[in-house]
Design a binder for this molecule. Structure first.
Ligand code: NAD
Length: 316
């Protein structure tokens, strides 16, 4: 039975990854300091023989006393609300946290996957974004702490590969959504869902013409594990290339929830990317991966989850 260590395993993506790996027959060691994650996300796993939770802040040196085959480095504040509240922590997780986790992978001779992000492309001047694009990032803007932490983490990963011989890969994850996203995490889909399900106005930034591409979490798990279990080491974009404007997303969510909410417009945040769409040619060719779950289907599954945690409409 292979053993996988998942940093950030109590977070949104990390907890789905723990589920997915256990279902594939892995033993999973989940490492988290619960900064933005929650024990609730892994409660159903905690009594299982194949699951172990370690409460660890990975910005300090840490050791694990059992063999490890795969390291999935998912830990990092990820939503703009979180990384702007925790700017120094975000930089430290990208730097010290990645350094410590790469050191652990080296010691255990484990295959290491870095959860990087489409944010390394910043406000892109090339559209859609292929992995060969180097990006357009403002290092001193409010989003810089996250974007640069991830760019540094990628550089560190490549240095460990080139100089230390660690077997590494880099997933550039584009916007992913699904159950367990926190309703107040500030990202577009949870915000619109919370607002729609409570009949509050949906707040669209700018005129809503800026675009995003949204990948359902189950598709992302398949992609991450396919990458980790391949021998690919160059960065690979993982995301759904179906692009839509935020205004259209808001309208779709109102329709699917049957909400009485209206749409209101608010000022565009500084450095908000205008367009965002992955070029997934590399993932298709090297991993045979592409997303399968349509936005409406994924949104419906997420709405079912939000209805459970926010309560039925009559009870709100
Ligand atoms: P999340 O905030 O739900 O999960 C992050 C987890 O990391 C949390 O459980 C948090 O407690 C943990 N963590 C933070 N600092 C830590 C530390 N010092 N030590 C130990 N644990 C720590 O975020 P998410 O959306 O699940 O994102 C997971 C990863 O995927 C992140 O690295 C993020 O940058 C990347 N990513 C996510 C998306 C997305 O759309 N969700 C897009 C691109 C990249």
């Amino acid at each position: 039975m292979p053993t996988s260590l998942v940093t950030g395993g109590a977070g949104f993506l990390g907890s789905h990854l723990c589920d997915y790996l256990i279902a594939r027959g892995h033993r999973v060691i989940c490492v988290d300091n619960l900064e933005t994650g929650s024990l609730e996300n892994i409660r159903h796993l905690r009594d299982g023989d194949n699951f172990r939770f370690l409460m660890v802040d990975i910005t300090s040196h840490y050791e694990v006393d059992e063999p490890i085959d795969f390291v999935y480095h998912m830990a990092s504040p990820a939503s703009p609300i979180d990384y702007q509240r925790l700017p120094l922590h975000t930089l430290k997780v990208g730097a010290y946290g990645t350094h410590n986790t790469l050191g652990l992978a080296k010691k255990h001779r484990a295959r290491f996957l870095l959860a990087s992000t489409s944010e390394v492309y910043g406000d892109p001047l090339v559209h859609p974004q292929p992995e060969s694009y180097w990006g357009n990032v403002n290092p001193i803007g409010p989003r810089g702490v996250y974007d640069e932490a991830k760019r540094y983490a990628e550089a560190l990963t490549m240095a460990y590969r080139r100089q230390q011989g660690v077997d590494t890969c880099i997933a550039r994850i584009f916007n992913t959504y699904g159950p367990r996203m926190r309703p107040n995490d500030g990202r577009a889909i949870p915000t619109f869902l919370r607002q729609a399900l409570t009949d509050k106005p949906l707040t669209v930034f700018g005129d809503g013409s800026q675009t995003r591409s949204f990948c359902y979490v189950d598709d992302m798990m398949r992609g991450l594990v396919a990458l980790a279990e391949s021998d690919v080491h160059e960065p690979v974009n993982l995301g759904n290339p179906d692009e839509m404007s935020l205004l259209d997303l808001a309208r779709t969510i109102i329709e699917l929830t049957g909400s009485r909410s209206e749409i209101v417009f608010e000022a565009l945040p500084e450095d908000d990317p205008q367009v965002r769409q992955p070029d997934i040619t590399r993932a298709r060719q090297l991993l045979g991966w592409e997303p399968e779950i349509e936005l409406r289907e994924g949104l419906q599954r997420t709405i079912d989850h939000y209805t459970r945690i926010l309560g039925e409409p009559a009870a709100r």
